[in-house]
Design a binder for this molecule. Structure first.
Ligand code: ADP
Ligand code: MG
Length: 256
């Protein structure tokens, strides 16, 4: 069972898009996939076609230890491979204050996922855009993390804070945590500044940068509003092609 967290405290860099579509690509390849939405915005849940705001049980109740994680799992039917989802909604935004009082508060997600034993090949955790307790829970539960970086001005700004948090988590809580890689998203090869930024990212992260870059593609923006992943929404799009390639790269364990 591979548990991967998608983390970057910056919003809009492609965490949710990457979690949803990588999960879908892996499911299409026959893997058992669980997506875990750790963002109070619930974007991953909505992208998966779930009416998140109507839900009364979510990851929040699991973290509060009121219910078992099994009870929150929503089964998402897909033509070539179903996916399971642990949803979230705005109720989770109270978590930072409510969960803070709990001893061992960093381990709540890890303990919940342990109840699942080995039911899944991949568990993908979508983090919120912050470095607070929810992201720390994700980094504690995960074996690996992926940093999505949008190819935009100041892409690298803030990554040192993220890496500091990772270091602290490794030192105090989860020594096995490893960076699986950095994925460049929203890439537009026609733009000089995009190419410059990619060079900067590659200089900074070296062979940790995935060979596959996710191009900027309107279908990736549109798909969530239909509650669909890119393969259901538009299988022939560049977005589908890129996420399929990224999934292959990750499943093979190959980088650059
Ligand atoms: N490669 C891409 N091409 C075009 N739009 C994208 C791409 N990746 C993400 N988006 C869009 O950018 C916005 C932010 O992406 P999202 O995955 O929600 O970021 P995050 O979860 O890091 O906040 C969303 O509207 C999403 O649909
Ligand atoms: Mg998101």
């Amino acid at each position: 069972m591979k548990i991967i967290a998608f983390a970057n405290q910056k919003g809009g860099v492609g965490k949710t898009t990457t979690t949803a579509n990588l999960g879908a690509a892996m499911a299409d390849k026959g893997h058992k996939v669980l997506l875990v939405d750790m963002d109070p915005q619930g974007n991953l849940s909505v992208t998966s076609g779930v009416k998140a705001h109507e839900l009364e049980i979510t990851i929040y109740e699991v973290l509060k230890e009121e219910i078992k994680i099994n009870e929150t799992i929503i089964h998402v039917d897909r033509p070539n491979g179903d996916i399971d989802l642990v949803p979230s909604n705005l109720n989770l935004s109270a978590s930072e204050t409510v969960l803070n009082a709990k001893p061992g508060r960093e381990f709540l997600l890890k303990e919940a996922l342990e109840e699942l034993e080995n039911e899944y090949d991949y568990i993908l955790i979508d983090c919120p855009p912050s470095l607070g307790l929810l992201t720390i829970n994700a980094l504690t539960a995960a074996k690996e993390y992926i940093i999505p970086l949008a190819s935009e001005y100041l892409a690298l700004y803030g990554t040192s804070q993220l890496l500091q948090v990772v270091d602290i988590v490794r030192k105090r809580i989860n020594p096995d945590l490893e960076m699986l890689g950095v994925v460049i998203t929203q890439y537009d090869g026609r733009k000089i500044h995009c190419r410059d930024i990619v060079e900067q990212i590659q200089e900074h992260f070296g062979d940790k940068v995935f060979k596959t870059m996710i191009r900027s593609n309107i279908s990736l923006t549109e798909a969530p509003s239909f509650g669909q992943d890119i393969f259901i929404y538009k299988d022939s799009s560049p977005g589908a092609e890129d996420y399929r390639a990224l999934a292959e790269e990750i499943m093979k364990g190959a980088k650059v």
